[in-house]
Design a protein around this ligand. Structure first.
Ligand code: SF4
Ligand code: MG
Length: 321
C-alpha cells in the first residue's frame, strides 16, 4: 500500500474574540493510501469539515503538514499549487450552493477545464459530454441550469465538475447528507464505480457511521477536534473500542426487529461541550459513562490496540460491549 496523503500533526485553530481560540482540528495524524476510502465521522462541530478543508488547502493550517505524493502541500506556490489544485478536489454537501445558478451545467464543468487549460473548442464540448455520461447524465443536460435538476442530479453535476480535472484524491464532504434516503445509495454506488474505474482515493466525511459503512475501507471517528478511534471498517463496526464510537454505533437502527428489540441503546448524556473550552483530560469525559478521575487529569493518547486499530481512551478494551 502506497501512501497518497499523509496528514502529520495538523492543527487548525480559529481566533474567536476575547482572546479565545477554537481548536477545530487539534493534532490530526492520518495516512490515506492510494485507492483507499477513509471515512471521517463525528457530530457537527467536531472539526471534520475543517479538517477536510485544511487537508486540501482551502484553509492554511495553524501547524503541521500534509504530504501529497510525498510533498508538503503548504510549501507549494504558483504552478505547483495549481497542479495541486488539480490533484485534490472536493465534493460538497450542498450541491445547489456550490453550483453557480446562472451558469449552465456545461459551463460549470467547462469552467473547471478552462482553469487548468485542459481542453478547447470541440474537444472541450466532447469532454463535457463524456463527463456527464460518466456520472449518469447525458449530453442534453449540458444546456440546463442547476435549478432544473433534482438534488441527486445536482450532486452528479458536482461530481462531474470534480472529475473534470482528473484528480487523484477527492474529499467528499457529506455528499449524501442532504439527499433523500432513496437517492443516497445511488450516489454512493456512483462514487464507488468511479473509484474503481479511475483509481480514485477518497476521504468521505459524514456525521453518522451508517453513511460511511458501505464505502469506507477504514473509518476515523472525531470528537471535539481530536481523532478518538481509527480502524478497518469491519473491525470498527464489529469491535468499537472507544465509548464514543460505541454510542454512535448503538444509535444506528438495525432492520431486523428481533435484533433491534434485544439491543441496548446507549444514550449519550448531555450536549456536545463547546469546542472553545473543551473538558480537561479526555474531551469526551463529560458524556462518558465510564469516566474515572484520571480521565479529567490526563488526556488519553491514541494507542494501537492491534492491527492498526487506534483508540484514545484510558480504558480501551476494558469498557463497553
Ligand atoms: Fe471515557 Fe475515560 Fe475513556 Fe475518555 S478516557 S472515553 S472519559 S473512559
Ligand atoms: Mg460539516
Amino acid at each position: 500500500k502506497q501512501p497518497l496523503v499523509e496528514v502529520k500533526g495538523l492543527k487548525k485553530f480559529f481566533e474567536v474574540g476575547h482572546g479565545q481560540v477554537l481548536k477545530a482540528v487539534n493534532n490530526l495524524n492520518l495516512t490515506i493510501h492510494k485507492g483507499e476510502t477513509v471515512g471521517l465521522v463525528g457530530e457537527s462541530g467536531c472539526g471534520k469539515s475543517t479538517a477536510g478543508r485544511t487537508i486540501i488547502r482551502l484553509y492554511e493550517p495553524t501547524a503541521g503538514q500534509v504530504l501529497f505524493n510525498g510533498r508538503n502541500i503548504y510549501d507549494l506556490k504558483g504552478k505547483e499549487l495549481l497542479q495541486l489544485r488539480r490533484g485534490m478536489q472536493m465534493i460538497f454537501q450542498d450541491p445547489y450552493a456550490s453550483l453557480n445558478p446562472r451558469m449552465t451545467v456545461g459551463d460549470i464543468i467547462g469552467e473547471a477545464l478552462d482553469i487548468h487549460g485542459l481542453a478547447k473548442g470541440k474537444a472541450r464540448q466532447e469532454r463535457i459530454i463524456e463527463l456527464l455520461r460518466l456520472v449518469g447524465l447525458n449530453a442534453e443536460h449540458a444546456n440546463r441550469f442547476p435549478h432544473e435538476f433534482s438534488g441527486g442530479q445536482r450532486q452528479r453535476v458536482g461530481i462531474a465538475r470534480a472529475l473534470a480535472v482528473e484528480p487523484q484524491f477527492i474529499i467528499c464532504d457529506e455528499p449524501i447528507s442532504a439527499l433523500d434516503v432513496s437517492i443516497q445509495a445511488q450516489v454512493v454506488n456512483l462514487l464507488k464505480d468511479l473509484q474503481e474505474k479511475m483509481g480514485l482515493t477518497y476521504l468521505f466525511i459524514a456525521h453518522d457511521l451508517a453513511m460511511v459503512k458501505y464505502i469506507s475501507d477504514r473509518v476515523a471517528v472525531m470528537y471535539l477536534g481530536k481523532m478518538v478511534e481509527l480502524a478497518e471498517s469491519f473491525e470498527l463496526y464489529d469491535r468499537p473500542l472507544h465509548p464514543y464510537t460505541q454510542a454512535l454505533l448503538s444509535a444506528i437502527p438495525i432492520p431486523d426487529p428481533e435484533v433491534e428489540a434485544s439491543r441496548q441503546r446507549i444514550i449519550l448524556q448531555g450536549d456536545v461541550p463547546s469546542p472553545i473550552n473543551p473538558p480537561s483530560g479526555c474531551h469526551f469525559r463529560t458524556r462518558c459513562r465510564y469516566a474515572k478521575p484520571i480521565c479529567a487529569e490526563q488526556e488519553p493518547e491514541l494507542r494501537d490496540m492491534g492491527g492498526g486499530h487506534m483508540v484514545a481512551c484510558h480504558f480501551a478494551g476494558e469498557v463497553g460491549r
